[in-house]
Design a protein around this ligand. Structure first.
Ligand code: NDP
Ligand code: BG6
Length: 513
């Protein structure tokens, strides 16, 4: 009888395992969220935490203290939480139960006394919810506050000292150049160790980014040809249809190079370019990513002129030019588009360029990676007697957004009489039903923070290498006058970005394929 029960239990577990997230012990923790009523917290962070709660990665042993200067009661804060998660559940009782774990504290991050009070609240919540003293500090505020929060948490005694973990989560942007990033990092590391710091890059929480190592290292047929001998060029496109929206205050001081290239794009580059890690653990993966990033050739001013292109959108599609957007100065020289050619000084990639581009107000919203392979050295079909078409490059595409998927273009024979070649797509596109089950990026990232897994967070050496790479580009752009606007809203960016590839005899695969 006992044997039968065990078998039945095992079968249920196997069935569950096929549909659910991996079964793991729920983590106990107290969250302290700085910027608790901010846009990001309300739109993304609370729904992400709720989904983890719903799926069992958080048990009843958790509490969250929301923090900002506002004076709110716990009830008022909980009402905001219920509103914030309303798109994730129709179960009122569950939403209320979840929200009952939330507490509000009016807190000015520059006031040291407020941290002392926070420390007491954290102790009480540790006891009440039996969180084993585990603490997660999430700083979702303007970047100028990142350092001061870390310092005060340590100096005013808010860190757990009874064996629980202390984890610090930092939103973007992480600095605006290498010097400011280093200064920030020095501030953070005077209070927390590198392995306690989780630098958010939400592109690392996306399904396709996380799939890159599996697609590469889990498939010998792919990894065997993942080098300059077989790959002609790699193209990464992170295109947005939206413009600056209501973020001119931040965006006009950042631009596409800082906002999308230094972080998201170069993180994707590092996954595509890295060598195989010894094992799939964060320390090993980060080591290989850093090696890849550090082997990108850093350009001097001439190199930047030849290999990078900037753009700013003009009017188009019935919408205003960037310079006429609310909050943007009429003479702004900010880049809303950036493209570049990355060259690696390493044996794997020596002669293969990585072309990258990202911009706002482009023709379509898409995140994609197109890998163009070399054609056969000798095209025997071109020498045939059957009027063949020319063979095309094989192209492997990894779709990030809005569709998730993989496609591979290969040459085959056309079914008509005679030897004519044609190109067909082998394609896997995630179904809408499956895509709806994919956890949102912030949900995945919270899950990893709870588990203490830094794989999908940017380590300091990666961030440093990325800034060292983009700094000379930004410097040249800051000191030379652009001819803006140079692309129409609704187009695919400036002509100069097409010329960048044309000089190498290449062209953007998307949308011209
Ligand atoms: P918001 O401006 O919406 O929120 C900022 C929060 O900080 C508010 O809750 C504000 O509350 C609080 N705050 C400001 N000054 C103080 C202070 N002295 N002491 C305590 N609290 C203070 O910002 P977002 O939510 O948009 O952005 C937060 C972070 O997330 C930023 O680093 C941003 O770059 C990043 N981010 C945001 C994204 C988004 O979509 N919003 C996307 C990607 C990253 P109060 O005024 O009550 O003090
Ligand atoms: C953010 C940038 O990091 O990424 C925004 O600050 C940009 O400017 C956004 O719009 C794009 O993210 P996604 O996930 O919509 O491609």
């Amino acid at each position: 009888m006992l044997f039968k029960c065990v078998i039945l239990y095992m079968s249920i577990e196997i069935i569950k395992g096929a549909n659910d997230m991996p079964t793991e012990n729920p983590t106990r923790a107290t969250f302290m969220l700085f910027g608790g009523t901010g846009d990001l917290a309300l739109r993304k962070l609370y729904p992400a935490i709720f989904n983890l709660y719903k799926k069992g990665s958080l048990s009843t042993h958790f509490a969250l203290v929301g923090l900002s200067r506002k004076a709110l009661t716990d009830e008022e804060f909980r009402a905001k939480i219920i509103e914030s998660i309303s798109s994730e559940t129709d179960d009122k009782a569950q939403a209320e139960e979840f929200a009952s774990h939330f507490y509000w504290k009016s807190h000015d991050v520059t006031n040291t006394d407020h941290y002392k009070e926070l420390g007491k609240i954290a102790d009480e919540l540790d006891q009440k919810y039996e969180t084993d003293g585990n603490r997660i500090f999430y700083v979702s505020m303007a970047p100028r506050f990142f350092g001061i929060v870390a310092k005060n948490l340590k100096e005013q005694g808010v860190l757990s000292t009874n064996g629980g973990f202390n984890r610090l989560v930092i939103e973007k942007p992480f600095g605006r150049d290498y010097a400011s990033a280093k200064e920030l990092n020095d501030e953070l590391t005077s209070a927390f160790n590198e392995n306690q710091i989780y630098r958010i890059d939400h592109y690392l929480g996306k399904e396709t980014t996380q799939a890159i190592p599996v697609i590469r290292f889990g498939n010998p047929i792919i990894e065997a040809i993942w080098n300059q001998n077989y790959i002609k060029d790699v193209q990464i496109t992170l295109a947005e249809k939206l413009g600056v929206e209501d973020r001119a205050g931040y965006y006009d001081t950042a631009g596409a190079l800082r906002d999308m290239i230094q972080n998201h794009t170069l993180q994707i580059v590092s996954y595509l370019a890295m060598d195989e890690p010894n094992s799939f653990v964060d320390t090993e993966i980060r080591r290989e990513k850093v090696k890849a990033l550090e082997s990108m050739e850093i350009y001097d001013a001439d190199g930047v002129k030849q290999n990078f292109v900037r753009g700013q959108y003009g009017a188009g599609d019935g919408t205003p030019a960037y310079r006429d957007e609310p909050g943007v100065p009429h003479d702004s020289n900010n880049n809303t588009y950036a493209a570049g050619k990355i060259v690696f000084n390493n044996p794997r990639w020596g002669k293969t360029p990585f072309y990258i581009r990202s911009g706002k107000k482009l023709a379509t919203k898409t995140g994609r990676i197109d890998i163009e392979f070399k054609k056969p050295i000798v095209d025997i079909f071109a020498k045939g007697t059957h009027q063949p078409a020319e063979l095309k490059s094989n192209v492997l595409t990894l779709l990030i957004d809005p569709k998730i998927g993989i496609t591979l273009e290969i040459n085959t024979k056309n079914s008509a009489q005679g030897m004519h070649t044609e190109t067909v797509d082998l394609s896997y596109l995630q179904s809408d039903a499956r895509a709806a089950e994919v956890p949102l990026p912030y949900e995945r990232l919270f899950h990893d923070i709870l588990k203490g897994d830094g794989t999908y967070f940017a380590s300091w050496p990666e961030v440093a290498a990325a800034w060292k790479y983009v700094d000379p580009v930004q410097k040249l752009w800051d000191t030379t006058q652009p001819d803006f606007p140079n692309y129409e809203s609704g187009s695919m960016g400036p002509k100069a970005a097409d010329e960048l590839l044309a000089r190498d005899g290449n062209s953007w695969y998307f949308p011209n394929k």
